[in-house]
Design a protein. Sequence first.
Length: 124
Amino acid sequence: MACYNHNFSAEDAAKLCELARIANNPQHRPYVCLWVTNGVVCNSHFQASEFPEHLRAAHGVVGQDKTPLVCCWYNCSTEMKKESVMRHVNEKHLEQRHMCPTCHEQFTRAHTMQNHVTKKHSGN
Ligand SMILES: [Zn+2]
Ligand SMILES: [Zn+2]
Ligand SMILES: [Zn+2]
């Protein structure tokens, strides 16, 4: 017998369609900020390029110096210098993706994406 969720409503279906639509839209904001302030998770959506500004404006992480800082990302309390926080968040929390410009499939590494483009989209 197939696994079937009896509580799956039309509303849920609409929500899923909406999520799929967002995921397929290259303009969507793929990252969610899980920076915790006073016990509240930020939950803002943003593009990777917007993150430094977001961290500065929303969370007061200003400057690139050697001030000790504890990462406030949800479930993370890594200690680092302030100058390292952007890279830390990019690498550990955002897992910055590289998107195929043709089919918008996402890859964790630029060269994997390049291989994909060469294999799937080049020639004929
Ligand atoms: Zn935030
Ligand atoms: Zn962290
Ligand atoms: Zn592709």
